[in-house]
Ligand binder design. Structure first.
Ligand code: AMP
Length: 241
């Protein structure tokens, strides 16, 4: 018990020292679809200046651009299944090579399988890096379904809204940059249950995987509103207010 706490303290110290000068923390946001990884990732990135690596967004961009990766990924995404590991691993590898050395990074939506997690560990090792922290966001399936069915996203900045729980100021338009919001095809009810099942089967076991690693794992309840959850995330990390 003392070990992880000591770890958390030294991570917090590094965050405070590193703030604004390109911090080196690598963090994974883990949790089921609809739990708020995107929302919390944007808020945390705003507060820290860390970069976000969001595999779902990278895939959607590839799909819209009609690249070979996008074309290959499309059928899996539409059905709410996982895109094959080798495609994801290659995509993340390429993305990692574009990140500047000093920056902190928030990984959202990756890794999602044990194969991805172990490939990730090796990639990071080659870069002399490691996962410092895992934030596990948790909520009941009922809450998740509600959030997902009302979810609308900004294709430009990644901001996430909910028609009922967190509507934009102007209907259908992003508060941040005025871009029209979209409703993801895989957010429709028939696909959502499959995505939840896939999460429980393939991705949830990663919590144990990281519990057994050097990373500090924080479990944060994510049933409340975005700001309350963000406060808890920052409190857990020891960053900001
Ligand atoms: P997300 O926006 O994170 O919910 O991702 C949307 C979809 O992209 C998922 O349902 C998967 O089909 C695919 N996807 C995103 N990240 C991964 C990943 N790490 N491994 C496999 N598939 C992924």
């Amino acid at each position: 018990e003392e070990g992880p706490r000591e770890n958390a303290r030294s991570v917090s110290l590094r965050i405070i020292r590193g703030r604004g000068e390109g911090l080196a923390m690598y963090l994974i946001l883990l949790g089921p679809p609809g739990v708020g990884k995107g929302t919390q990732g944007v808020l945390l990135a705003d507060a820290t200046g860390w970069e976000r690596v969001v595999t779902g967004d990278l895939l959607r961009t590839a799909k819209d651009a009609g690249t070979p990766l996008g074309t290959q990924a499309q059928q899996y995404m539409t059905a709410g299944n996982l895109v094959p590991d080798h495609l994801i691993i290659k995509m993340v590898e390429e993305k990692l090579s574009t990140l500047s050395a000093g920056t902190g990074v928030i990984f959202d939506g990756f890794p999602r399988t044990e194969a991805q997690a172990s490939a990730f560990a090796m990639m990071l090792e080659a870069l002399g890096r490691t996962i410092d922290t895992v934030v596990v966001l948790e909520a009941d399936d009922e809450v998740l379904s509600k959030r997902i069915s009302g979810r609308r996203s900004c294709p430009s900045c990644g901001a996430v809204y909910n028609t009922v729980l967190a509507p934009p100021k102007k209907d259908g338009v992003c508060d941040v940059d005025g871009t029209p919001l979209f409703h993801r095809a895989d957010d429709h009810a028939d696909t959502v249950q499959n995505r939840l099942n896939v999460y429980r089967r393939e991705t949830e076991p990663l919590i144990e995987y990281y519990d057994g690693s050097k990373a500090v794992v924080h479990r944060v309840p994510s049933q409340e509103g975005p700001d309350e959850v963000q406060s808890k995330v920052r409190e857990a990390l020891g960053v900001g207010e």
